[in-house]
Design a protein around this ligand. Sequence first.
Ligand code: ATP
Length: 279
Amino acid sequence: MSELLMSMEYDQNGRSQALDIALASNFFSSVSSYPLTSPSPFVLSFKDLTYSVKIKNMFNPLPCCGSSDGDGMEMNTKILLNGISGEAKEGEMMAVLGASGSGKSTLIDALANRIAKESLHGSITLNGEVLESSLHKVISAYVMQDDLLFPMLTVEETLMFSAEFRLPRSLSKKKKQARVQALIDQLGLRNAATTVIGDEGHRGVSGGERRRVSIGIDIIHDPIILFLDEPTSGLDSTSAYMVVKVLQRVAKSGSIVIMSIHQPTMESKGNPKPNHKKH
Ligand SMILES: Nc1ncnc2c1ncn2[C@@H]1O[C@H](COP(=O)(O)OP(=O)(O)OP(=O)(O)O)[C@@H](O)[C@H]1O
């Protein structure tokens, strides 16, 4: 599904803040050979990614690729990724587009190191070096579709909670608070900073604001690579647009942003909603 990949480039606007934090806090001491001092931009490359799973086929075993599990049940191989290659650069947003079931989430999971290595074939490199799991955890972040947030905390408190967990212990509280305040502005959440997250029983932030808080939690350490699985799903077009603007800002600030998009829309200032024929 390489034809599904779409890349949008934005001006590069300086280096990841978290890289400075990470370097200052010796996050990378265990991977000293890693080329983090190499010149910008960071480039994530993936080549010939192939991933398949074994599925039980009780009714219609395929003679071509069948085998048997321990119980004698016929097993077939289902190919989810078939030789996918691509490249994403610092300062860019890469959107993976495709129909439901085409493998968008599987590709994002593969790139985000969320698939067992033994079943994934091909190579994933950052600036030409194989991306090891230990480094992956430090330099990347993954924003899930479901927002798991504490309903009684405010936006500010939620991000501060994440800062306490994700930023180095050696970083002073003042610096963590400064990072949270900068992030609130980056996420366009200034007006909602002191609003509680809320839930079904308590009114809180809007759906779009909630999604931006979820993104904020995962980018508090300013990751070099940010993965998002359908960050705009379930949002109205204005909220979805604001989420994409935030991600654009994240990319511009020196990250690689890779996301899956389920329902891309042509709507924007330059592309008005098309007129549909009335039946
Ligand atoms: N562990 C698995 N075993 C068997 N099939 C799987 C497994 N994981 C995913 N699939 C199948 O692989 C295909 C791709 O799934 P994936 O979730 O990547 O699609 P998607 O493009 O993200 O879909 P959606 O837009 O609906 O979320 C689907 O047909 C799914 O049912």
